[in-house]
Design a protein around this ligand. Sequence first.
Ligand code: HEM
Length: 288
Amino acid sequence: MKSSKYSTFEANFAVARKIASQKIENFKERKANGELLNDFEKNSYAGLAIDRYLSSAGEEGALEEEDVGEIIMVALIAALDTTSAMLNWCIVHLAMNPNVQEELFKEISSNITAEGNLTADYFSKSNSAYLNAVLRENHRITPPIALNLTKENVTGEIEIHDVTLPKQSMVVLDTRSLGMDPNVVKDPDTFDPSRWFDEEQVKGRKGTSAEVLDHPLYREPFSAGARKCPGSRVANYEAKVMLSQLVLDWKISLASDDQKIESWRDVPYFNGLTVQPTVPELSFEKRH
Ligand code: HEM
């Protein structure tokens, strides 16, 4: 059975697939002609996957060229829209919440070298508590994928809160409605990272219905178990490094008041495979 929404998704996916396969063809051609631009391209996932394919061609069990293209495509689709959705929303929230942005700037700037550069040390958990809290708050209000955990109940009938889930039910953790439920979160529309690093707040949730917010399965947008996102660590570090460098270099704000954006709810977004905002016009003021 195909709903009209699914048909739209399928048609759009076919377009994305076509664009991706053209990009891969173009990449393969440039690689074969020795025209890759730099080490970044040469050592990229696609570059190395093609090398592995070429060195194993003809061996038993080796992949076909077409399979390599398919694998690169899945990796690109899974990696790009998701990471950009996460970063775009973070930038929107920081632009709309100058106090939060200032607090983040303070944390980052007190963790840089004398020359003003970021180092790996900042990204240890204890040094970047506020940055982590910003990412968690972003995940609560605007997760890049609204349904981040899908599991099949394979063991047998399970009863949870007087509801019986028959064997083989598909169960989805709906991240968005949990984190935006006013019975669980006070002022759910307010972007307030202190919910996550303030020990008092975390302690205060213990033994209440809000305790679920601190459950490991809710913490991140990458699902869990066998099908957990294999790119989660790359995605997390990628987002942290990009966001930190951006906030270190620029003060970001909404470009004008004409955009009528008073709450994140005024920002239009596309709810597809990922939840992608239409980023309002922003203004960037150099910090130093
Ligand atoms: C913020 C960024 C990202 C988010 C929110 C995200 C989220 C997810 C989620 C929720 C799944 C599980 C889907 C399911 O239930 O089947 C998944 C799977 C996957 N992700 Fe990510 N992802 C991100 C970034 C990346 C990156 C950077 C890569 C690659 C470098 C990647 C590669 C994949 C792949 C290949 C799968 C399929 C795994 C499988 O089915 O075995 N993702 N991702």
